[in-house]
Design a protein. Sequence first.
Length: 93
Amino acid sequence: MFNDEETQAYDQAFAFVKRSKNRQHVIRILSTDRKTPSEITETMDARFSLISKILSDLKSRNIVVCINEDDKTGRLYKLTDIGLEIYKELESS
């Protein structure tokens, strides 16, 4: 599936997500469809600032991607291939 370097990056990304129930919840929410931060906030009943921080952290680790980065509002996020693999592993454990 991955070479050694990719496996190490994946393991670090998985560990990062696993350490936080909120990050896990965001991954599960994004597993079904593209979502805006506001939609995620509503689903989780969390503060917008928390969701923004989580999305920023996940994006910096290539777990999620913003598909319309240039838009000021209504930014849509989805899981990357790494994010999908993390989701599958979370669901199987």
